[in-house]
Design a protein around this ligand. Structure first.
Ligand code: ZN
Length: 358
């Protein structure tokens, strides 16, 4: 099969289109004919450069979130058959640790990631553990299922499972125009919360409002904490969703938490070492909750919600497999508002533009 292989860390020229052996399913795996895989800044770009915090195993076929059609099943697999359309969660829990044994696979501390620690979806075919897959409802295209499986499922896990967001509460979402933040806005709104979205430009704030945010805050044009307090009668947000770990923004995020509220911390690409105001923490009876990984139930829930049209993916454009390097460069250079996808299954030469889903 054709696959894009990373044999050494560095620039996008390190992504090499090669012919490699077709994957065979192990007893508990399925093999997909890959339809779509998305480009993620952490997994794809950081992994390629060799800066990803949890390492990577070379040589590697990147691609954390492939979706496609099942074309082979391992001997012990009963949940899927050849021809099924499936999406995949990236994180493979160890299955043996205390968290896994109590059914909390998302909390596994020994997990590996598809497209990082084993071969992923920048390829015509990929083998994945069957327990990582979920059926795609008929109403969803592979393109949309890929993005919803990756970010919609995470938003459900981080806000609802971990953050315990309730109807009637207020949620403050940082990075609201990003892929994860965009789904966080939609899931928070759908759960009945009042949603305030934080973005760094007016364009990005307007985008968050299109996704359903009740109020938007551009942190570069005014005092962030003052704006949040003005919107909440001086109380702050019951739940703050922060995914960058930016040393400038994170202390402000904490100041925005309401008395006895929660801050969900689910990313550190902005730096990761931040100042913590302990007086605000204990006097405010605040919980800081770490979140990463998803359960397959989050995947099912996100896909079902997506199929009903209640949450949606925004797709900027789709590239053929041969243009993987160009696609990664585009993501790095342009920081597009929608997701950029690679479609190994399509036999075409030119970049296909896709209008954002509406
Ligand atoms: Zn585990």
């Amino acid at each position: 099969m054709k696959a894009v292989v990373l044999r050494s860390f560095g620039g996008s020229e390190r992504l090499l289109l090669e012919n490699v052996p077709d994957p065979e399913p192990a007893f508990d795996e399925i093999v997909l004919k890959v339809a779509t895989v998305s480009i993620n800044r952490s997994f794809d770009l950081s992994v390629r450069k060799g800066t990803y915090s949890r390492g990577a195993v070379l040589p590697l076929v990147p691609g954390a979130d492939p979706s496609g059609t099942v074309c082979a099943v391992g001997k012990s697999v009963t949940a899927f058959k050849v021809g099924d359309r499936v999406a995949v969660m990236s994180t493979i829990a160890c299955g043996r640790c205390q968290e896994c044994r109590r059914g909390a696979a998302a909390s596994c501390g020994f997990s590996r990631t598809i497209g990082v620690h084993r071969w992923g979806g920048y390829a015509e075919y990929v083998a994945v553990p069957a327990r990582n897959a979920a059926l795609i409802p008929e109403a969803l295209s592979f393109d949309h299922a890929t993005v919803i499986a990756r970010h919609g499922a995470a938003a459900y896990n981080f806000l609802i499972d971990r953050g315990k967001l309730q109807a009637g509460e207020t949620a403050l979402v940082f990075g609201a125009s990003g892929a994860l933040g965009g789904f966080a806005v939609q899931v928070a709104k759908l759960s009945g919360a009042t949603v305030m979205a934080v973005a760094g430009t007016d364009t990005r704030a307007a985008f968050a409002r299109q996704l359903g945010a009740d109020a938007t805050i551009n942190y570069r044009t005014g005092d962030l904490v003052e704006q949040v307090m003005a919107l909440t009668n001086g109380r702050g947000a019951d739940l703050v969703f922060e995914s960058s770990g930016d040393p400038e923004l994170w202390p402000l995020a904490l100041q925005c938490v309401a008395q006895a509220g929660r801050l969900v911390s689910c990313g550190a690409h902005g730096g990761g070492n931040v100042q913590l105001d302990l007086k605000k923490l204990y006097v405010g009876r605040i919980q800081i909750i770490g979140a990463a990984g998803v359960n397959v139930s989050d995947l099912d829930r996100a896909l079902a919600t997506g199929a009903r049209g209640d949450i949606r993916a925004t797709i900027d454009r789709v590239y053929p497999l041969e243009c993987a390097a160009e696609a990664q460069d585009y993501v790095e250079r342009e920081r597009p508002l929608g997701k950029v996808l690679i479609a190994p299954g399509w036999n075409f030469k030119n970049v296909r533009q896709e209008r954002p889903a509406s």
